[in-house]
Write a protein that binds this ligand. Structure first.
Ligand SMILES: Cc1cc2nc3c(=O)[nH]c(=O)nc-3n(C[C@H](O)[C@H](O)[C@H](O)COP(=O)(O)O)c2cc1C
Length: 363
C-alpha cells in the first residue's frame, strides 16, 4: 500500500488536540499534536514499509496503525483509490490555491434547511437577537432624487420592477422562444473584441478579463417543442445539444430538497468553467470574480423571463455532485454555481406592500 498526504487538508486547534480536515473529501479526524507528524512523512507516494524503515525508533506496528487511522479518516490518500484520483484531478486543474479551495469544496453538496426549519430558526434567533435593520437611512435633509421613469420609452425599469421569485407556478409549458430569449440574455454573444492575441466574446453581461466562464445546462421538463431532458446551450451557436438521458432525476433533490422545484417546467444550471478565468487570473480573488459573474448572468435571464411574463426562481442550494454527473462535468474546475427554475407564475401581487417615495407611489 502506498500512501500520500493530499494537498487538500487543513487543520484547526481543538482543545488540546488538532482537527485535520480534508476539504475535498469533506472528512475530518481529531488527533494529538504529535500525531500530525505522520501527515508530513509522505509528501509523495510512499509505502507504509518505507515510512516504517525511515522511523526505526518507532515500532512498525504503531507506524502502520497511525497511517491506517489517517487512511480510514480520508485525510491520507491511498494509491489507486477514487479519493487519490480526485486529488490528482484537483492538483492538475485547481489554480486558485487552498483558501478559495477550502470555501469552494467545503460548501459543495451541503444539506440545506427546509422552509419550516429555516422559519423556526429565524423565530428562535429573533427571541434573543433581533435581525439587523435591512436599510440604512439618511438624515432628513438628504438630497431628494427625481423619480425613475418607467413608461413605454423607459421600459427597462418597469420590467425590472416586475421581476419576482414566485415559486407557485401554473402547469403551462414554457415556449422554446421564451427559453431562447432567457438563454440569450444571459449568455448570448453579441460580438467579439480583438485583444491583440485572440478574439474575446462580448456578451450582455460584464466579465473579468472578458473571459466569461459560464455555460448553461437546461433541464427541459415542460417546454413546448422540446423533448424533456438535459441539454447544453452553446452560446456561440445559440443552440441546444441533448445530453444522455438519465432516469429517476428528481427536481427537488437537485435543488436542495425544495419541493416547489418539482412543478417547474424548466431549470437552468449555470456552470462555471473556472479555468477560463484562472488561465488569466490565478489569485484567490478570481474566485470572487467567478461568483459575481453568475449574478450578472442570472439577473439578465430573470429579466428576460419577466418580460415574457415568466418567473425565474434563483437558487444556490444545489446538489453539486449529482448535477455535475448529469451535465458530464469534472466536478473540479467545471462546477455548478447557480440555478434558475422557470415557470408561468400564479399571481401574488396582493402579498406585496407598496412603497411611497416622497409620499408618491412609483409602481
Ligand atoms: C444567491 C441567491 C440564492 C437564493 N437561493 C434561494 C433558494 O435556495 N431557495 C429559494 O426559494 N429562493 C432563493 N433565492 C430567492 C430569494 O429568496 C428571493 O430573491 C427573495 O425572497 C426576494 O424575492 P424576489 O426575488 O421576488 O425579490 C435566492 C436568491 C439569491 C439572490
Amino acid at each position: 500500500v502506498r500512501v500520500k498526504t493530499p494537498r487538500t487538508i487543513t487543520s484547526f486547534p481543538h482543545r488540546n488536540a488538532v482537527v485535520i480536515y480534508n476539504y475535498l473529501t469533506k472528512s475530518a479526524v481529531t488527533c494529538s499534536p504529535a500525531g500530525v507528524y505522520w501527515l508530513t512523512v509522505a509528501p509523495e507516494w510512499k509505502s507504509v514499509d518505507q515510512i516504517a524503515d525511515e522511523h526505526t525508533h518507532f515500532d512498525p506496528r504503531d507506524v502502520a496503525d497511525q497511517i491506517q487511522m489517517f487512511l480510514d479518516a480520508n485525510v491520507l490518500l491511498q494509491e489507486g483509490t477514487p479519493q487519490a484520483d480526485q486529488e490528482e484531478a484537483y492538483s492538475k486543474s485547481w489554480e486558485l490555491g487552498p483558501t478559495a479551495a477550502l470555501l469552494h469544496f467545503a460548501t459543495l453538496d451541503n444539506r440545506f434547511e427546509s422552509l419550516s426549519e429555516s422559519k423556526k430558526g429565524q423565530e428562535r434567533r429573533a427571541l434573543s437577537d433581533a435581525s439587523p435593520m435591512l436599510f440604512l437611512r439618511n438624515p432628513t435633509d438628504a438630497i431628494v432624487l427625481p423619480h425613475p421613469k418607467h413608461d413605454d420609452e423607459h421600459a427597462l425599469i418597469g420590467i425590472m420592477s416586475k421581476r419576482r421569485t414566485n415559486r407557485d407556478v401554473h402547469e403551462h409549458p414554457v415556449s422554446l422562444q421564451e427559453l431562447s430569449e432567457c438563454l440569450f440574455s444571459g449568455l448570448g454573444i453579441t460580438g467579439f473584441i480583438d485583444n491583440g492575441h485572440s478574439l474575446l466574446p462580448l456578451k450582455m453581461t460584464p466579465s473579468g478579463g472578458c473571459r466569461n466562464p459560464y455555460e448553461a445546462f437546461v433541464w427541459a421538463r415542460n417546454i413546448s417543442g422540446l423533448a424533456p431532458g438535459f441539454y447544453h446551450y452553446s452560446a456561440l451557436e445559440h443552440n441546444l445539444a441533448p445530453l444522455p438521458n438519465r432516469k429517476n432525476v428528481c427536481a427537488n433533490d437537485l435543488l436542495g430538497g425544495q419541493d416547489w422545484a418539482e412543478q417547474m417546467p424548466a431549470i437552468i444550471f449555470l456552470v462555471a468553467e473556472i479555468k477560463r478565468t484562472t488561465w488569466k487570473y490565478n489569485d484567490p480573488n478570481a474566485y470572487r470574480v467567478v461568483l459575481i459573474e453568475a449574478g450578472h448572468i442570472a439577473q439578465n435571464m430573470m429579466l428576460a423571463c419577466t418580460q415574457n411574463g415568466l418567473t425565474a426562481c434563483p437558487t444556490a442550494a444545489l446538489a453539486h455532485s449529482e448535477i455535475s454527473q448529469l451535465c458530464n462535468l469534472d466536478g473540479i474546475s467545471q462546477t455548478p454555481i447557480y440555478a434558475l427554475a422557470i415557470g408561468r407564475p400564479k399571481n401574488y401581487a396582493e402579498k406585496i406592500h407598496p412603497i411611497e417615495y416622497a409620499n408618491q407611489r412609483i409602481f
